[in-house]
Design a protein around this ligand. Structure first.
Ligand code: SF4
Length: 921
């Protein structure tokens, strides 16, 4: 059944992805077929299976990737007790990398490295190239003309070999080097006939192996022809067949992807047995972009790009690692609870999860626990501390069952020894996960997980005994290196392939995306550790432009063969950057986009997503008194009516981020408290003037202590003695700068601090505190609010100010006190201490301009008060009316400081408008 475009159909003829017919006689004669890689072997097997009738019983043909065949041969020789094969065990790739990592670690004093694992992977690759090109025969180790990198490589290689020798292990390329000269004596273990498929230009080591096999058995070849490649006039140059090859240019990648999907779906619709290839670049995330576009054009809203669920197309190399799979991520998060300190945000994810023993049990208590953790905990914590919190009976976050489960979980590791081999840790992890009820469903990812744990156990002898942190590190590394299993869906007609992968298949039509000068030919990326001159001399992979060009010509020549329509597309711009088309396609004239199948219908995709337009009410009036929200309720209303509605009527808020250490809010409120205490002690400018430096410092120190105590209460884990001292120094510096500023002001007396006010207006009853009220020499009062942030513009003179705090203060207090002469923000941070606000007074401070000198406002302090009062009343009325328009006062600038964009969906609205603009001629 084919279902790629939403219709269902019967495939009477299977989709032909590979011409299997030329190989059938080899199967009949029971020959062994070798391919250069697993992918080719799988494709051949699939093609062979397609030839068989439904229900027919057939034995598995002998088709192997050459490396697998060699390992099997080694195992056979070993079982038969033949030396040295029975003495040496071939390493799998992860074990090999562990050996390299250990050797790099042991030589850290001589060659210090920042990233051991990545370097180990790179050295391991270089080592195989070194063997495959027989460089040990060609390079003299003492030659000083080679770089430091190469001498480090030789040193590590020596250590690697010694380690393997000692532990009776061997890497694959070394194993081939041993096998080749021994094959003459091992003929009885070899098949009598062998067919090598698609071995084009193998590395010298494999070429020598194949040469030896040719001497001993009947070896034949199956290779695709490359007509045109050996043209006498221009050797190695691709000759595009202008009857089948077309070149398209698009303005950007989005339109290129859209056209490609539209074209592919149309071909699927027209011919249900065609094999359609799309050649992508994994590094540019083409697969993700294509999947999104297929979703859009096929009318699906919730697709799944997971390689275990082929939905629109088959892929052949997994872009995701096993660690990226959701169930595996969950298992790792559970196992990380074994660490002394755990990451609070990961624990919060576990609290939301249903996929373990508790399922949905205690869910609402778990949600309350998460909110508590996000509001009061720092980014890391101890499991024991969390358990003591969740055991608090009567609290909304009381989770007794979860606590018991976690106790049993930790007991399993507590009973183990501190240092164990990886095999023992793998067993413990399995038991812990079973206890926790993981996994709930046994998927392909789970089967791969089991294989990975087995592989982890096999590295025990290489890495020795580890503590639990080391064992988890090894496990994580292995899971990141293991690709997620890929499921092949035989019903799908579209294949997403890389340039190399494309060579394994036959296509009816082929579309190469991003055929630009970076990709065709690919830019060079020589090996890091081997001398570049040697790599170029021996034509080692990706070492020179000449080689890349030759490779690109070869690939294009092979691809155009047997493909009825071959499209090379590219786009002109990536952001502001102009992209050049591939020089290999310059001889092909640009085709008009409308000529290419259904791409002329780009504006009308096959299955467009139907939007349903719903007219929401513009207002939902307030029906009862609202007593929460303080001054922010009106400031939010002024910034964006929807923001105020969502925050104060719906109770929407962003989940607080868990940060390492103290966040800006903790620090700000600590400073606030210290300023309040200091202003109470030194409540008169004269008093500050008269006190000595030592007395001022004493007052500062005394004011800081309650702030430190407050932070300690909130974050006992963070506020260690050292950290507390650092905070003391920070606050002391700020308070000293603050006092200096106080001295530069005109005389004042602190009349009051933290004055509690309630403003009752219609259905609003807003409570807030005025940080400080100062009395000036003329008896008038100024209102002050402390701020530790760096915001400098509050738009007080706009119709919708950013901040209505000062306007509301003066209105609410003004009804009791009539002689207010100004309102200010007292900004105190490490960059500066200053006052900003509005007044008519000229001598308050050199930083403060009287309103008469302010360009943005034409009037006096009394005029401004009147204006502010009317704005505050208007915003209150708007809120009561329940206006819920998504209307940020200053567009993007307002949204930049708002966390509700996923709720108001202003970005969707903008995208929709942009799309409509794009489609409007
Ligand atoms: S993101 Fe912008 S439009 Fe959306 S609620 Fe916030 S301020 Fe309003």
């Amino acid at each position: 059944m084919g279902k790629t475009n939403g219709k269902e159909q019967i495939n009477s003829v299977p989709i032909s992805r590979f011409q299997i017919d030329p190989l059938l006689s080899a199967f009949d004669q029971d020959q062994t077929l070798l391919t250069p890689n697993h992918r080719s072997a799988k494709v051949i097997m699939q093609g062979y299976a397609n030839k068989k009738k439904v229900g027919e019983v057939w034995s598995r043909p002998q088709v192997f990737a050459i490396d697998i065949w060699l390992q099997q041969l080694w195992a056979k020789l070993s079982i038969n007790g033949i030396e040295p094969f029975c003495k040496l065990q071939i390493l799998d790739s992860f074990s090999e990398q562990c050996v390299w990592t250990e050797q790099l670690k042991a030589s850290a004093e001589r060659y210090p490295l920042l990233n051991l694992q990545e370097t180990a992977a790179a050295v391991s690759y270089s080592y195989h190239l070194y063997n495959q090109w027989f460089l040990f025969e060609k390079l003299k180790p003492g030659d000083t003309k080679y770089s430091q990198n190469f001498s480090a490589f030789l040193y590590w290689s020596q250590r690697y070999k010694s380690f393997l020798e000692k532990h009776e292990l061997i890497g694959l390329s070394d194993a081939i080097l041993i096998l080749i000269p021994s094959l003459h004596e091992l003929v009885r273990f070899l098949p009598s006939r062998m067919l090598l498929v698609n071995f084009n230009d193998p590395p010298p080591l494999y070429a020598r192996l194949i040469g030896t096999l040719e001497d001993l058995l009947e070896v034949s070849y199956h290779t695709r022809n490359t007509p045109g490649i050996s043209s006498k006039t221009k050797p190695d140059e691709w000759q595009p067949n202008l009857n089948s090859v077309k070149r398209l240019q698009f303005p950007n990648l989005d339109t290129e992807i859209r056209a490609c999907v539209s074209y592919s779906l149309e071909r699927v619709r027209v011919n249900e047995n065609e094999h359609i290839g799309i050649i992508i670049d994994h590094e540019k995330e083409h697969d993700f972009l294509l999947w999104k576009e297929f979703n859009r054009q096929a009318g699906h809203r919730n697709g799944d790009l997971s390689p275990t669920k082929a939905q629109y197309f088959n892929t052949f190399s997994s872009i995701q690692s096993l660690a990226d799979a959701k169930p595996i991520e969950l298992a790792l998060s559970f196992l990380e609870l074994n660490q002394t300190r755990i990451e609070t945000h990961k624990f919060c994810h576990l609290l939301q999860c249903h996929q373990f023993a508790l399922g949905g049990e205690e869910l609402s208590a778990r949600i309350s626990l998460e909110l508590l953790l996000r509001n009061n905990f720092s980014s890391t914590t101890r499991l024991g501390h969390l358990q003591s919190v969740m055991q608090r009976e009567g609290k909304p976050y009381y989770c007794p069952h979860l606590s018991i489960l976690l106790t049993k979980f930790s007991e399993l590791s507590r009973r183990s020894k501190d240092f164990l081999p990886l095999s023992a840790w793998a067993e413990l992890f399995t038991r812990q996960l079973e206890l926790i009820g993981w996994p709930r469903f046994k998927s392909e990812d789970y089967l791969q997980w089991q294989k990975s744990l087995y592989q982890l156990s096999r590295t025990s002898s290489i890495v020795g005994k580890l503590d639990i942190t080391g064992a988890l590190r090894q496990l994580r590394l292995l899971l990141y290196q293991t690709p997620r299993p890929i499921i092949f869906n035989d019903e799908l007609q579209i294949s997403l392939v890389s340039l190399d992968e494309a060579l394994d298949f036959d296509f009816d039509s082929l579309w190469l995306i991003s055929a630009d000068d970076q990709r065709l030919p690919c830019s060079i990326s020589p090996d890091t550790f081997l001398p570049l001159s040697i790599q170029q001399e021996y034509d080692m992979p990706r070492s020179s432009y000449k080689l890349q060009l030759k490779q690109a010509n070869l690939i294009l020549t092979r691809l155009q063969q047997d493909t009825h329509e071959f499209i090379l597309s590219h786009h002109k711009y990536e952001g502001d950057l102009e992209i050049r088309p591939s020089p290999l396609s310059s001889s092909i004239a640009l085709s008009p986009i409308a000529d290419i199948g259904s791409t002329k219908n780009l504006a009308n995709p096959l299955n467009p997503v139907e939007f349903e337009y719903i007219q929401e009410p513009l207002c939902l009036p307030l029906t009862s008194v609202i007593g929460t929200g303080g001054t922010s309720l009106l400031s939010n209303q002024s910034n964006c009516p929807f923001k105020a509605f969502a925050t104060h009527r719906l109770g929407a808020q962003k989940l607080p981020n868990l940060q390492p250490g103290l966040d800006a809010m903790n620090r700000g409120s600590a400073l606030h408290l210290a300023l309040e205490k200091l202003s109470t002690k030194l409540n008169h400018q004269e008093k500050i003037l008269e006190s000595s430096a030592a007395t001022r410092q004493k007052f500062i120190d005394e004011s800081i202590e309650p702030a430190i105590e407050q932070m300690h209460k909130q974050h006992p884990d963070v506020m260690t003695p050292t950290f507390s001292n650092l905070e003391r120094i920070r606050l002391s510096n700020l308070l000293n700068s603050f006092l200096e500023f106080e001295l530069s002001r005109s005389p004042f007396l602190v009349q009051g601090t933290e004055q509690q006010i309630t403003w009752d207006h219609s259905l609003l009853s807003l409570n807030f505190r005025v940080d400080r009220i100062d009395k000036l020499n003329d008896g008038s009062l100024v209102l002050i609010d402390y701020k530790s942030g760096k915001k400098s513009s509050y738009r007080w003179f706009d119709d919708r100010p950013d901040d209505l705090q000062l306007p509301l203060y003066q209105l609410a207090i003004g009804s009791d006190i009539t002689h207010i002469s100004g309102a200010f923000i007292y900004q105190v941070n490490i960059e500066k201490v200053t006052l900003a606000g509005a007044t008519d007074k000229e001598d308050l401070h050199p930083d403060i301009k009287p309103l008469a000198q302010v360009r943005l406002f034409d009037g006096t302090w009394a005029d401004l008060q009147e204006r502010w009062n009317s704005i505050v009343i208007a915003m209150a009325a708007e809120f009561e009316k329940g206006l819920l328009a998504v209307a940020p006062a200053r567009g993007n600038q307002t949204c930049q400081y708002c966390d509700l964009s996923s709720l108001c969906r202003i970005n969707d609205q903008k995208n929709l408008l942009d799309e409509q603009d794009e489609l409007t001629p």
